[in-house]
Ligand binder design. Sequence first.
Ligand code: FAQ
Length: 329
Amino acid sequence: MYGGGYVDEKERAKDPIIKDDPEKLAIFEARIAAGEKVEPSDWMPADYRKQLIRMIEQHAHSEIIGALPEGTWITRAPSFKRKMAIMAKVQDEIGHGQMLYSACETLGKSREEMLNDLISGKSKYSNVFNYPAKTWADVAVIGFLIDAAAIVNQVLNSKGSYGPYCRALERICYEEAFHLKQGHDAFVALAVGSPSQRAMLQDALNRWWKPIIHFFGPSDKMSVHTERLMRWKVKMASNDDMRNQFLSTYVPKIRELGLTIPDPDLKKDEVTGEWTFGDPDWDEFFRVINGDGPCNKERLAVRWWAAEHGKWVRRALLNPNEKYVVPLA
Ligand code: FAQ
């Protein structure tokens, strides 16, 4: 399997780890250890390429699927200012998808193949975007906390080893930092608003907390890819370390607004700086990322619709001299 977007564990077991030339591998690993960037024309281990394709592709899918929950609120934003901001943000997320698909194409997988794998359910995308945005407060939680979580991950990984991915992440992080400001502004406006606005925000936080904890991936003990990815500097911190960094920065910000985090067991060890929390329900995480979340079908149906209805545009662009009748519906 090319992209490594495994549908189940049996399929993963069938995929052998390809053996590389040991001499080339040693030179490659020395370059990584020295902090050099790897570029598309450089020799790279087959598994490095495969892992990068898997991760960048999933990231790209997460951006274009991630635009959907907030996108449904463009027509219902509570003011003109909020409407303009959310419209621009959603547009940026699609742009991030474009940059990431381009970065992934440098590794040899075509965009068409990636989009087909998304629509067929073969590739994964972030768990969080399989939950519904029921109220405007959900948009505020996504804009503040999910963007914050994404920034923790992306700032770290932008210092990684693969040039095209790192350069895309650097650009994405500039925009994400601005998204975070708009999310924070919307979040604070509700937190200091009327009692019903506060209640709406607390309800959204209650529903999103678990998916946000899941966002950083399974605990280090359960993570399949972390060790290899960190050795090759594709991933610059483990899932638990990223989650910990997020909790240290954002739990105090949520609490100072008088909101309650819906986990009575969440606490920080003041000596080690580590957070512990209640049962994260990893069963739910695995169900959702394997296609059985509240909105998986709905999200993929939108992508399928866009691919079907955009076919004639792609065909016209690729064959400018062909006479073609534009479908009416
Ligand atoms: N969701 O061995 P690990 C955003 C899968 S961008 C779904 O620990 P790894 C912007 C994983 O693929 C959000 N699946 O995996 C935005 C693997 O399955 P596989 C996306 C997940 O790669 C904001 C299995 O579990 N960001 O939000 C998740 O070492 C607002 C075992 O896991 C990125 O993609 C998950 N959360 O670590 C847009 C960043 N976690 O493939 C709109 C790049 C794990 O073997 C609005 N990616 N899995 O079948 C990464 O940093 C890493 O891939 C991790 C996972 C940290 C996500």
